[in-house]
Design a protein around this ligand. Structure first.
Ligand SMILES: [Zn+2]
Length: 105
C-alpha cells in the first residue's frame, strides 16, 4: 500500500472536498448570487421579527425576488433537505450548508 505524505494527503482531501462542493453546488435551486440575496433578506426579516415556526419570511423574500412557483418550490425543497423547515432553521442550517459549499471567490 502506498503511503501518502502529508502534502499528498492534504491535496487528496482538498480534491475530495472540492468535488463534494461541486456536487452540492449543482443541487442549488437558484444561482449563487440569488441565494446570497435570499439569505440576506431572510436573515434581516428573521432578526427583526423573529421566527413564527413557519416559513412566512422565506415566502415573503421569494415574492420580493419575484420567484416563480416552481422556483419557490425548488428553493423550499432544498431548504428542507438541508434542515430548514422554518425561517430560523433555514437561516441557520440551510445557510450553513450553502455557506460551506458555495464556491470560494
Ligand atoms: Zn424557527
Amino acid at each position: 500500500m502506498d503511503r501518502l505524505d502529508k502534502s499528498q494527503r492534504k491535496a487528496k482531501r482538498n480534491a475530495w472536498r472540492q468535488s463534494e462542493h461541486r456536487k452540492a453546488q449543482a443541487a442549488y435551486p437558484l444561482p449563487d448570487a440569488r441565494l446570497e440575496t435570499f439569505f440576506g433578506l431572510l436573515e434581516a426579516l428573521r432578526s427583526e421579527h423573529g421566527c413564527f415556526h413557519d416559513i412566512r419570511h422565506a415566502l415573503a423574500v421569494s415574492g420580493q425576488l419575484g420567484l416563480s412557483e416552481a422556483e419557490t418550490d425548488a428553493l423550499l425543497d432544498w431548504c428542507n433537505a438541508h434542515g430548514g423547515y422554518c425561517d430560523c432553521e433555514i437561516a441557520a442550517n440551510t445557510f450553513m450548508h450553502w455557506h460551506e459549499t458555495r464556491a470560494r471567490t
